[in-house]
Structure formats: structure tokens, C-alpha cells
Design a protein around this ligand. Structure first.
Ligand code: PCA
Length: 220
């Protein structure tokens, strides 16, 4: 009898639309990413509200229900030209625009007394390399901002650090979808391409224990 390894359970999260947009490519891409099977992986997708606090409650509920090995949270970063794998989450909410419930916190800690920052526990450089090898643009980002995406990233990292050390997780920001920028000179990437990149990231996170030691830093 051949023993079959248990599949790596991957939870993707995407966000509802925000900021006056009618779609959010993060959720659209996550939906597409989980629609087809991927060898050795069990893929799940959950949509989060773009609301401080509530987004983390929903993430927590999904983690409790699905018991993932890997969590890849995804959000829209309008204006970025490529798929960006985030390195660091900051313990601060500082809203430039209201969240979809109207909250606009300024300089509030996400976890009072928590560490100033957490690093992603995904192999970020291996993930970037895998997306590029699939022919799609990707880079490491050193800031996830201070809006709801960073909030979810920090909350996820805190949950992993304090309660779920066997889970690996991080955050990926994705460009606008082309249909969002037909009237603006802004970079965009097809949802299908973003979904393919997310599948590469899931597969890479599942098989990679030690990240690549290659320079992906920034001078500013
Ligand atoms: N992007 C926002 C929040 C939700 C989303 O998709 C951000 O970058 O914070």
C-alpha cells in the first residue's frame, strides 16, 4: 500500500470592492485561482469585507473553519504594475480613505502592545521567482500600506505568531484589472494572469521551507 501525503491546505482571501470601484481584482483572481485543482494542494477561497476589525474577524473564522497550512491574503493595489509579494506588516491603522463601513482610524495600533512589525512567513523571494518563471511580472514589496490590507496582514501574522506557529502566511497585492482602468492611464493585469500567479505562489509556499537568498531589496 502506498501512503499518500495529505494535501497542503491553502486558504486564499480576497477583498470586496472599495473606494468607489465596482470590482476588486483580488477577490476575482482568488475565485479563479481555486476553481481548478492543483496537485498536492487543497484550495479554499474566502472574501473579506474591506473594513478594519471586521475583516480580521472574518479571517479568524475562516482559519478556524478551514485549518489551513498556508494562508495567502490578497488585495488590490491600484497603480502597481505587477504582482507584489509583501515582506512586512506594520502595527498601525492610518486611513487615507474611509473603509467600506466609514471608519477612518488615524495612527491606531492594530494590536495594542503588539510588535511594531511582523515579517511574512511565506518564502517571498521564491514566490516572486516562481511567478516570473511562469512569465508574469512580480516583485517583493516592502510596504503593504496602512489601510485594510496591512491590517489583515498584521492580524494574520499576529495570529500565526501567537497561536498558530505551524501555519505560514503572508500578503500579496495585485494590480487593477483592465476593465477598471479603461478611462485612466494606469497599469493593469488580467484577472486570469493574477490567478495563475496566485497558484504559483500557493504551490511555492507549499513546497518551500527555506526561502531563496537573492537580492530583491529596494534603495528607496
Ligand atoms: N486593497 C486595500 C484594502 C482592500 C484592498 O483590496 C489595501 O491595499 O489596503
Amino acid at each position: 500500500m502506498t501512503a499518500t501525503a495529505a494535501p497542503t491546505r491553502v486558504l486564499f482571501t480576497g477583498f470586496e470592492p472599495f473606494g468607489g470601484e465596482s470590482t476588486n481584482p483580488s477577490w476575482e483572481a482568488v475565485r479563479v485561482a481555486v476553481a481548478a485543482p492543483l496537485a498536492g494542494l487543497e484550495l479554499h477561497a474566502v472574501e473579506l469585507p474591506c473594513v478594519y476589525g471586521e475583516s480580521l474577524t472574518a479571517l479568524r473564522a475562516a482559519v478556524d473553519e478551514i485549518c489551513p497550512d498556508v494562508v495567502v491574503s490578497v488585495g488590490q493595489a491600484g497603480g502597481r504594475p505587477d504582482v507584489t509579494v509583501e515582506r512586512v506588516a506594520l502595527n498601525v491603522d492610518d486611513a487615507r480613505i474611509p473603509d467600506t463601513a466609514g471608519a477612518e482610524p488615524i495612527d491606531e495600533p492594530i494590536v495594542p502592545g503588539g510588535p511594531a512589525a511582523y515579517f511574512s512567513t511565506l518564502p517571498i523571494k521564491a514566490c516572486v521567482a516562481a511567478v516570473r518563471a511562469a512569465g508574469l511580472p512580480a516583485s517583493v514589496s516592502n510596504t503593504a500600506g496602512t489601510f485594510v490590507c496591512n491590517h489583515v496582514f498584521y492580524g494574520l501574522a499576529h495570529l500565526i505568531a501567537t497561536e498558530l506557529p505551524h501555519v505560514r502566511g503572508g500578503f500579496v497585492h495585485v494590480p487593477y484589472a483592465p476593465e477598471q482602468v479603461t478611462d485612466r492611464a494606469q497599469p493593469s493585469l488580467l484577472v486570469a494572469a493574477v490567478a495563475a500567479a496566485l497558484r504559483e505562489i500557493a504551490a511555492t509556499a507549499a513546497r518551500t521551507r527555506t526561502d531563496l537568498r537573492v537580492a530583491e531589496g529596494a534603495t528607496h
